[in-house]
Design a protein around this ligand. Structure first.
Ligand SMILES: C[S@@+](CC[C@H](N)C(=O)[O-])C[C@H]1O[C@@H](n2cnc3c(N)ncnc32)[C@H](O)[C@@H]1O
Length: 343
């Protein structure tokens, strides 16, 4: 159980200070010599040498720091550190293969029974290449989980996501709710490219690792001016560029999803204008927008703008989200928005 949790934490690059090192220390120091050696090897195989970490690695610096911290806790417990931990640590120190482009992989929900395991290529910075879309935001975790609880709202429906970022919400919905179609949209070409890679990697994730390693990444993935389309399980998945400022909407949508798209009043104006266009085309559309409540003024501005455009908030759901004990707790609201003319 300990190593399962540790695998899940390691693969999503959980803050090292929030890992329960004391439990690991206690567990290892309660064992005899041989068992303690085996336990250390097992921890290594469930973290740095985990098959996911081989294929979709966290950053090299994270791997190094993880091993350094593990070794120091074992030493502190007066247990002999396994040679293979030292060897792996030395190998990582001399490993210069860290991706120069600042990308890493995070694999979410590895030990969860209720959530699907999803691997995403991401950056470690909140803003990269001029966009906030290169990392996964809290609201998308909350929206993904809520969608799973409300599967029937998405099953066999045509769903479109606005500002999809790297795809956590959408890939979760496709995996667990089996919509008829799911269209991921965003405005940034760099986001759409990585998003397409992420979709492809997760689509192929149930195949044996050996197969994935020998298969090239999608050379026919998203390219400027194109729509990437693939059959993902029972769902037709598309990746398409959609800029809210263009006020164009040529999609069939029963449901619209968006996570963490309310953070700037100018951007919010475009978003609400687009929602208005969507409702004018298909008045029965259900729109769900998940927002992290950072700035009350920004959120109130969004709600006031919806009201002024005659868009109705049918339900407001509030959830709390905390990534790990050292991270701040966030309040996240999911708004169900409908056209005011509907009951
Ligand atoms: C804070 S990120 C959220 C990404 C993702 N939904 C998540 O929660 O992880 C906001 C996203 O909205 C996209 N975005 C910002 N302005 C946009 C616009 N005018 N049209 C379309 N997408 C936009 C960004 O590229 C980015 O992916």
């Amino acid at each position: 159980m300990l190593s399962q949790d540790l695998a899940a934490q390691f693969l999503r690059m959980y803050p090292l200070k929030d890992i329960c090192w004391k439990d690991i220390q206690q567990c290892i120091s309660s064992l005899g010599y041989e068992e303690a050696q085996t336990a250390q090897q097992h921890i290594l195989s469930q973290t740095v040498l985990h098959p996911y970490a081989q294929q979709f690695p966290p950053t090299s610096s994270y791997k190094r720091l993880f091993l350094k911290t593990l070794i120091s806790h074992i030493e502190e417990a007066n247990v002999e550190v396994s040679e293979i931990l030292y060897e792996e640590y030395m190998r990582l120190l001399s490993d210069s293969a860290s991706p120069a482009d600042g990308f890493c992989y995070r694999t979410y929900n590895v030990s969860s029974v209720e959530l699907p395991t999803i691997t995403l290529k991401e950056t470690c910075s909140l803003i990269s290449d001029g966009t906030t879309g290169m990392c996964t935001w809290e609201a998308s975790h909350v929206l993904a989980k809520w969608c799973m609880e409300e599967k029937e709202k998405f099953h066999k429906k045509n769903v479109i996501e606005l500002g999809a970022g790297l795809g956590l919400t959408g890939i979760t919905v496709v995996h667990t709710c089996q919509p008829a179609s799911y269209t991921f949209t965003d405005t940034h070409a760099s986001v759409l490219k990585i998003l397409t890679e992420n979709i492809w990697n997760n689509q192929n994730a149930n195949k044996p690792f050996a197969n994935i390693i020998t298969t090239p990444t999608p050379s026919d993935g998203w390219v400027e001016g194109s729509v990437f389309a693939t059959k993902y399980g029972n769902t037709m998945v598309k990746v398409s560029r959609l800029d809210w400022a263009d006020s164009m909407f040529n999609f069939d949508a029963d449901v619209v999803l968006a996570a963490d798209v309310v953070y700037d009043n100018e951007v919010t104006r475009h978003l609400v204008k687009l929602l208005k266009i969507i409702f004018s085309k298909i008045p029965t559309t259900d729109v769900y927008v998940a927002s992290t409540l950072r700035n009350p003024d920004t959120y109130t501005f969004f709600k006031d703008l919806l009201a002024s455009e005659d868009l109705h908030i049918k339900v407001e759901i509030c959830r709390q989200y905390q990534d790990s004990p050292s991270q701040p707790q966030h309040s996240i609201a999911i708004l169900h928005i409908v056209a005011s003319t509907l009951p």
